[in-house]
Design a protein around this ligand. Structure first.
Ligand code: PLP
Ligand code: SF4
Length: 396
């Protein structure tokens, strides 16, 4: 293998690790991993790009990145409440491959193929089901495009999969062109993990093509600070320089990223490469995901550990995609401690209590003189009143 080959995404794609024998050449597999690789059948195959495999620790099966892509026997255990399609996506599909759950936007699953398969994938029921199914058919695309064109309320199309960036530039361009021709589609976005698992895919030719379809946003699936390598930095810089606003999507995973220090490092590194942490997902109860799921409290504690303690831009929204198809439901730690008469009792990031005047019902105006801050004579001596009068401009 030459450097030129290594840097060529097609080479990366062709040389993906997909079998026990291939992985055994680069990792010291545990018995558990071996058995899991042997027993594996059906959808959610094993797939790891040589690039991503190079980030794996050959000797430590508990390394966060390795746990997320190398199967273990725990994957075959079914826990209460788990399902193959926990989000009820199939039930919200007016045509195969299109999920219309929210009023104004759709999720367009354009491919079943991913270059690297995540062991906790929400769409494990469909991704990589077999080589013949790899590409969603052109006629399926046509049906989805026709649906979007016939529904003027759809102003936002989220292109996902599988991974849309596993498609060739030509197919992707064809698809984006068709979607851009629909007048009511004002916002396009691509959900992808490719910049993380195969950053070589983000070529100048790709970004030149993508920037013709603005406004185009991108949500990138990041898990862990170790993923942010020089190659990934370069890929994200290229995308950002093409004017594509970047957001991250992170699944909260046990023993991978379920603590504040790791998450803080991740979100800080993301801001440095111009990726706004967008969503932190509670892991969906997909069949065989028990070993990856954390209590919801863990996610709340992470948000509490970020908000106020670091840059507001760095704090993602923590959401549970409601089983049964309720959509994403945001969760926040309790910053509201209750009420005391007309005051709302609030708790700040340090755990200190504050009051905000928030009368219920009709406000009653008193006859007292308007609460003009007595600033002229007491300017330097009234720090308490600065809190009320200063910093009111929302744009400040
Ligand atoms: C996540 C998701 C979207 C996009 O949701 P946003 O909150 O707008 O990012 C749209 N449709 C489906 C089915 C989804 O799961
Ligand atoms: S990249 Fe996304 S669709 Fe593909 S296996 Fe991972 S989570 Fe699933």
């Amino acid at each position: 293998m030459s450097t030129r080959e290594w840097n060529d995404w097609r080479w990366q794609n062709r040389h993906r690790f997909t079998s026990l024998s291939a992985l055994a050449r680069v990792l010291e597999l545990t018995d558990d991993e071996r058995q899991a690789l042997q027993a594996h059948r059906g959808s959610l195959p094993v797939g790891i790009t040589p690039y991503y495999a190079s980030l794996l620790d050959p000797r430590n099966a508990m390394q966060p990145l390795r746990r997320t892509v190398v199967p273990t026997l725990a994957e075959f255990k079914r826990m209460p409440g788990e399902a193959d399609d926990p989000l009820g996506e199939d039930g919200h599909s007016p045509v195969p491959g299109l999920v219309h759950r929210y009023p104004d936007r759709v999720l367009f699953l354009v491919s079943n193929f991913c270059t690297t398969y995540c062991r906790y994938c929400t769409r494990s029921r469909m991704v990589g089901s077999s080589d013949a199914d790899r590409a969603v058919t052109r006629s399926q695309w046509e049906q989805s495009i026709a649906y979007i064109a016939a529904h003027p309320e759809v102003r936002d199309v989220l292109i996902s999969g599988g991974d849309p960036l596993s498609l060739s530039d030509e197919r992707l361009e064809w698809l984006l062109t068709r979607l851009r021709h629909i007048p009511h589609v004002e916002f396009l976005r691509i959900g992808t993990k490719v910049p993380v698992v195969m950053p070589q895919r983000i070529t100048p030719a790709l970004t030149r093509m993508l920037k013709r379809f603005h406004p185009l946003w991108m949500s990138i699936h990041f898990l862990h600070p170790d993923e942010i390598t020089p190659e990934v930095v370069e890929a994200c810089e290229r995308l950002a320089d093409a004017g594509i606003p970047l957001g991250s999507q992170t699944v909260l995973l046990k023993d991978v990223n379920d603590n504040v220090p790791v998450m803080k490092q991740l979100v800080h590194n993301l801001l440095k490469i111009r990726v706004k942490p967008y969503y932190l997902y509670q892991c969906d109860p997909i069949t065989g995901s028990g070993h990856f799921r954390t209590p919801v409290q863990t996610g709340l504690d992470i948000i509490r550990g970020l908000r106020g303690h670091t840059t507001g831009y760095a704090v993602p929204a923590y959401v549970i995609d409601a089983p049964g198809g309720g959509g994403k439901i945001p969760l926040l730690p309790d910053y509201v401690a209750g009420r005391d008469g007309d005051d709302l009792l609030l708790v700040n990031f340090e755990g200190r209590q504050f009051r905000y005047p928030d009368p219920l019902g009709k406000p009653e105006y008193s006859d007292a003189a308007p609460t003009k801050p007595k600033t002229s004579d007491a300017a330097g001596a009234a720090p308490a009143s600065q809190g009320r009068t200063g910093g009111r401009m929302p744009c400040a």
